[in-house]
Write a protein that binds this ligand. Structure first.
Ligand code: NAD
Length: 259
């Protein structure tokens, strides 16, 4: 299916690795001109080089921390009026809520709630004027099924989800959609990092702990980031204009509810 995105422009945040990178690659394959942002210039440039080689897409890289006002300013100077915005940043660390002070909460809220909101604020009005806009926020399956040790993530992302639910209905009539993609366990660096703590707690090796989690998933495996990227591209497609304000869990069926 042609997603009708040829010649569109996109900002993809957290695009050097993992799920953000996969979103960038799927959009590039559809002929979208990309601005990829992530913190480490070397890793980011390498990712862009590989995606250019595979897709022939026009890609600019912007090595910034998107959770800072300075970083967002640089990013938006390079592309102030994207047709597509994919928000993403690293998730907060796991831990016990008794150890989190105000600074820890502000950091989590900044990264996983306020940064997406600031980026949406900076780009949504131009999308409304052009009568086309697609915004996808990478959040987490923890929004639907909170994970106890990820309280900072549960809280910050729930805030973003509530905000988006309200805004999505205000902009829908202008062919601007805002949706959230909620990853379950995907095989990325982040998954390995978060599972190291779990393996220690279980008293097993990382590989063993990962094998247990893989087996426990209804699909019997972790998600492939490319599957996530393609879901993102579909949400950004011309055909998806009637899908908005949604929270799509992509987790191999791990979330056991019907809604
Ligand atoms: P990852 O660590 O593999 O990749 C994160 C990417 O974001 C990297 O390119 C990194 O450089 C970039 N990044 C991080 N902080 C940034 C910042 N402040 N500014 C700019 N770029 C930044 O992580 P991932 O697995 O791709 O996860 C992406 C998001 O999805 C995270 O918020 C994570 O918590 C969430 N998530 C992931 C999983 C999973 O299983 N992988 C599950 C649930 C939620």
């Amino acid at each position: 299916m042609d997603l009708g995105l040829k010649g569109r422009s996109a900002i993809v945040c957290g695009a050097s690795r993992g799920l953000g990178r996969a979103c960038a690659e799927s959009l590039a394959r559809e002929g979208v001109n990309l601005v990829m942002a992530a913190r480490r210039p070397d890793v980011l440039e390498l990712a862009a080089k590989e995606i250019r080689a595979r897709t022939g897409a026009a890609i600019k890289t912007v090595p910034v921390d998107v959770t800072t006002p300075e970083g967002r300013k640089v990013l938006l100077t390079i592309l102030p009026d994207p047709d597509i915005l994919v928000t993403n940043a690293g998730g907060p660390p796991p831990g016990d809520f008794r150890d989190w002070d105000r600074a820890a909460w502000i950091k989590a809220l900044d990264a996983n709630m306020l940064t997406p909101i600031e980026l949406i604020k900076a780009t949504v009005d131009a999308m409304i004027e052009r009568k086309f806009g697609r915004i996808v926020n990478i959040t987490s399956a923890a929004v639907k099924a909170p994970i106890d040790v990820l309280g900072l993530s549960n809280g910050a992302r729930a805030g973003l989800t509530g905000f988006v639910a309200g805004l999505a209905r205000q902009v829908a009539r202008h062919n601007v959609t805002i949706n959230n993609l909620l990853p379950g366990p995907f095989d990325t660096d982040r998954l390995r990092a978060t599972m190291e703590g779990q393996a220690k707690a279980q008293g097993v090796t990382l590989d063993e702990s990962m094998a247990r989690r893989r087996d426990a998933n209804p699909a019997g495996r972790f998600g492939d980031p490319a599957e996530f990227g393609d879901a993102c591209a579909y949400f950004c497609s011309a055909q998806a204009g009637y899908i908005t304000g949604q929270n799509l869990v992509i987790d191999g069926g791990a979330f056991p509810g019907t809604l």
